[in-house]
Design a protein around this ligand. Sequence first.
Ligand code: LLP
Length: 416
Amino acid sequence: MDYFNYQQNNQLWAENVPLAQLAEQYGTPLYVYSRATLERHWKAFDEAVATHPHLICYAVKANSNLGVLNVLARLGSGFDIVSQGELERVIAAGGDPAKVVFSGVGKTAAEMKRALELGIKCFNVESEPELERLNAVAEELGVTAPISLRINPDVDAKTHPYISTGLRDNKFGIVFDRAVEVYRLAHSLPHLQVVGMDCHIGSQLTDITPFIDATDRLLALVDELKAEGIHIQHLDLGGGLGVTYNDEQPPQPADYASALLARLENYPDLELIFEPGRAIAANAGVLLTKVEFLKHTEHKNFAIVDAAMNDLIRPTLYSAWQDIVPVSPRQGEAHVYDLVGPICETGDFIGKDRSLCLAQGDLLAVRSAGAYGFVMASNYNTRARAAEIMVDGEQAHVVRERETLTQLWQLEQIIQ
Ligand code: LLP
């Protein structure tokens, strides 16, 4: 559930603020987030596993705006990061480094050093050379690095191939069959301390079965390692719980958690970590855009809007479908439109074949845009990136200003 609803006079609001008012004040395209929705989604995870030791580590990559991170940090959230940049954002937003897990296949020595200095909770290590590098960096600093191994459980998440990560031929994690051997190596390295086990099998999963299959495989490994004297203190199941973009019916965090907790009955001390990104942020944000022109041809109707693939690339990149709704619905005949941006590429569309009643100047809200929206935006076609607003009850806060054009080339120079 989210807090973007039609209220007085059938106008779309974010919490207690009309979206039309925000578009008027801050211009379009405009990302608008709802604090109450972010909090509700985070708490849904936290409360779902309340009876078991746990930590919710929000996946920063989904939406790394400082305002968003700060709202979650105030709830006591942990964070899943994949770069030093994300780590510094967490710190700048008031997050606790002791609740940070560091994922990713290509951590540099400098990134490891900074994370060790800040004292993060765990490095999710994805290969043997990464173990060796981390051991060396920890030795230089005279510290011990807490690690978990990201195991690739070889289960099919049945999601889009670009966001499916738990299969044998993906670049992620350590092949299941070699897990014990690599744990032995980690255990033998003097500047590493094995603390956990990790997996992340994919994103936008709408079925619990692959999560349960992965958990079962990992728990068997936990037992095997215990017999070898390697004690796993936490199990990190990654992110991946899907959301409703259209008519998907993903499990609620409570259903997901109760299925998992049933598996963990014999592991009362095994801390559970989740790394949800999309499930927390996606439906906590919309992208507001204005209809610039309507163009009717013999074959197609186009609505040319002021948001483009540089603002929201998911439709172009993954053929992702996101709901597009009028901010102020009008009476009249609907037409079937392709909603396209101003960028010079045929792939520049926000939605296709949408039945809408539109006029030039109308405002539209692209829903479910809070995750993998602004964070994947670019300046292609020298377009300034949109502003971001956080609504909190009756208040609207600018959490990122719209870029100015001169900012776009301020790091560039012409040769002498
Ligand atoms: N943990 C790890 C190690 C991950 O790689 C990811 C996402 C997450 C957690 C968070 O997954 P989530 O709960 O958000 O599904 N840009 C794509 C999604 C890429 C996801 C990459 N990894 C999209 O727009 O659909």
